[in-house]
Design a protein around this ligand. Structure first.
Ligand SMILES: Cc1cc2nc3c(=O)[nH]c(=O)nc-3n(C[C@H](O)[C@H](O)[C@H](O)COP(=O)(O)O)c2cc1C
Length: 239
């Protein structure tokens, strides 16, 4: 399945047809999700489907995927990385999805270790848009190399409240990755920038694989300071 082509056409879908998948189809979808590459192979996540969820900015959909963990480090990033592969996979099949950062499982299955909800299903209308219709920061605000193929893919990545809390500094032999430290009032209402980083790195990974390069992200460590951001790690560059 070519996920790369979906990067520059997908959009968040908020209108769904009331035509749920069968249990067998949902089981197949779960197998597909489990087959996606993780960002951190040692950080394990659980996936379950829900039909009743609630929260602010909620979207009604036939299905919700709830990603949960155990409260360990790296889970949010992994959820973003794997969940975004699911989003691109949905788009490639003419289906749609939307991340729901403020929604919760409203059934008795809800857990305190639930990380994020994704609404998905068959969409009303198209799950695509033109590249010119993406609303994003100017690419020069998120990188020093506006022509880099991988960073162009990141530029179109979705993020909560469309904050795009990232910066990518291209150096000769590596890509330095930074996460924006939000300030109040945004920091009080939005806590999922680690999920966003996983999503951005997913787009970079999918572009790397598309162009025949390996994807290798090393989290943490120390890097040159950047005001308003924390150093998040480094990735290999795509030649
Ligand atoms: C972590 C995360 C949480 C989000 N939460 C919500 C939400 O609660 N409700 C909603 O309608 N959209 C939500 N979104 C979708 C964003 O608003 C959307 O991705 C962004 O505005 C960019 O638009 P696009 O996805 O159509 O390119 C969320 C996106 C992410 C990545």
């Amino acid at each position: 399945m070519n996920l790369f082509n979906s990067i520059n056409q997908r959009k968040s879908c908020r209108q769904y047809i009331d035509e749920p998948f069968s249990l067998a189809e949902l089981e197949k979808i779960k197998e597909v999700i489990k087959s996606f590459e993780p960002l951190f192979p040692d950080v394990h996540l659980n996936y379950r489907f829900a039909t009743e969820t609630k929260g602010m900015f909620h979207v009604k959909a036939p299905h919700y995927l709830v990603i949960s963990g155990k409260g360990e480090e790296g889970e949010q990033e992994n959820a973003g990385f794997i969940g975004q592969q699911f989003m691109l996979w949905l788009n490639a099949r003419g289906l749609g999805g939307v991340w729901l950062g403020a929604s919760r499982d409203a059934s008795k299955n809800r857990k305190s270790s639930d990380i994020i909800v994704i609404a998905f299903g068959k969409v009303e209308g198209s799950s695509n848009r033109e590249e010119s219709e993406f609303k994003r920061k100017d690419i020069s605000e998120i990188t020093n190399d506006t022509e880099d193929k991988g960073i162009k893919a990141i530029h179109l990545a979705p993020s909560g409240m469309n904050i795009q809390p990232w910066y990518f500094e291209k150096r000769a032999e590596k890509l330095l990755v930074y996460r924006q430290i939000l300030k109040p009032p945004k920091s009080l209402v939005y806590k999922l920038t680690r999920v966003d980083m996983g999503i951005a790195l997913c787009h970079y990974a999918v572009a790397s694989w598309h162009y025949g390069a390996d994807f290798d992200f090393q989290p943490g460590g120390s890097g040159p300071e950047k005001k308003g951001y924390e150093y998040f790690g480094h990735a290999n560059i795509i030649d």
